[in-house]
Design a protein around this ligand. Structure first.
Ligand code: DGY
Length: 328
């Protein structure tokens, strides 16, 4: 860890981020950063956090009540992600720590990737490349790597926030898909019309989707919301795409469902316990696996880092963050 010392507020940047963003933060904070991107144990993290006024976190760091117990100086936690299931918001609020996330800047990039994963899964893109590289392509055949059509099929979306809506627009306007969704609450009529999306029950969503995309925020309440029971309600030709959080899907049940043909295929960018991936998933050809990169375009990751920094600077210079999660 690298530190500088002054009278300014003390900021811990838990992981490597864009160096120019760290330099910008140094103009306002006494920064302890981690350019080598060492993975900090919870004990190391707790130790570094003591005496800090603020912390810039990524989705990998769990900031819970136990972690916060000895952080008497902490005033702010700026999370470089739109998802904040790694933060215990009630625990932060209870000790008066403001939390922020990075909404909006990653919506379209994440929706692009959701669609990339959907297309790759339906048309077996990564499997086909492995097959070709392994030297299996000796002649054209009518039935080589037959996939499933995307255009004209039914796109199901579970979780219809900003990213869900951006995926719906791509599906409806770009691919002529019939879009159905389920969400905690139904969207207003104008937004539904713009997305050309129809609200259905959770059961109908599972039953009718050809491609089901998960985009809902993770919470303890929806842990393993998609398990064997739900997978059995899906079409045997359907694919499941998860760009939300790993804990939403029971990966062991999914591997079983992919193996026995309960559903046809899956595309996963997130995993329960990542960066570990359930070993059964690694043995299957009908699943596309990517390492939590849905928001990973150069421009968007930079925008996320800058928004995380802007939140810190705004709060410590003007007393008000840009995208607070638990304002007073
Ligand atoms: C987010 O912003 O929540 C993404 O998952 C981080 O890549």
């Amino acid at each position: 860890m690298h530190t500088t010392s002054s009278q300014r507020p003390r900021l811990l940047v838990t992981r490597a981020i864009f160096p120019d963003v760290v330099e910008r933060l140094r103009q306002h904070f006494d920064v302890m950063d981690n350019p080598e991107d060492a993975l900090l144990s919870r004990d190391q993290m707790r130790e570094h956090l003591q005496g800090c006024d603020a912390v810039l976190t990524t989705p990998s760091e769990i900031i819970d009540a136990e972690m916060l117990a000895s952080c008497s100086r902490l005033r702010m936690c700026s999370n470089m992600a739109v998802g904040y299931n790694n933060l215990d918001l009630p625990a932060l609020t209870a000790i008066g720590v403001l939390a922020t996330n990075t909404p909006n800047v990653l919506t379209e990039t994440t929706a692009d990737f959701g669609f990339a994963l959907l297309l790759a899964t339906a048309r077996r893109v990564t499997e086909a490349e492995r097959w070709l590289r392994d030297g299996h392509w000796t002649k054209w055949r009518y039935d080589t790597l037959l996939g499933c059509d995307v255009h004209g099929s039914t796109l199901g979306i579970l979780g219809m926030g900003r990213i869900g809506q951006a995926i719906a627009r791509r599906g409806a306007h770009g691919f002529g898909m019939k879009v159905i969704y389920h969400n905690r609450s139904q969207l207003d009529a104008v937004t539904e019309q713009e997305c050309r999306a129809r609200y259905v029950s959770r059961e109908a969503l599972l039953r009718e989707s050809d491609h089901l995309v998960l985009v809902l925020p993770y919470s303890a309440a929806n842990h393993h919301a998609i398990g064997m029971e739900e997978l059995r309600q899906m079409k045997p030709t359907a694919s499941l795409i998860n760009i939300a959080r790993g804990g939403i899907v029971d990966d062991a049940a999914l591997a079983q469902a992919l193996r026995d043909g309960t559903i046809a295929a899956a595309g996963l960018d997130v995993y329960d316990g990542e960066p570990q991936v359930h070993p059964d998933l690694l043995t299957l050809d009908n699943v596309v696996l990517t390492p939590h990169i849905a928001s990973a375009s150069e421009a968007t990751r930079r925008a996320m880092a800058n928004l995380a920094a802007d939140n810190l600077i705004a709060f410590f210079t003007r007393g008000e963050a840009l995208t607070p999660l638990n304002p007073e």
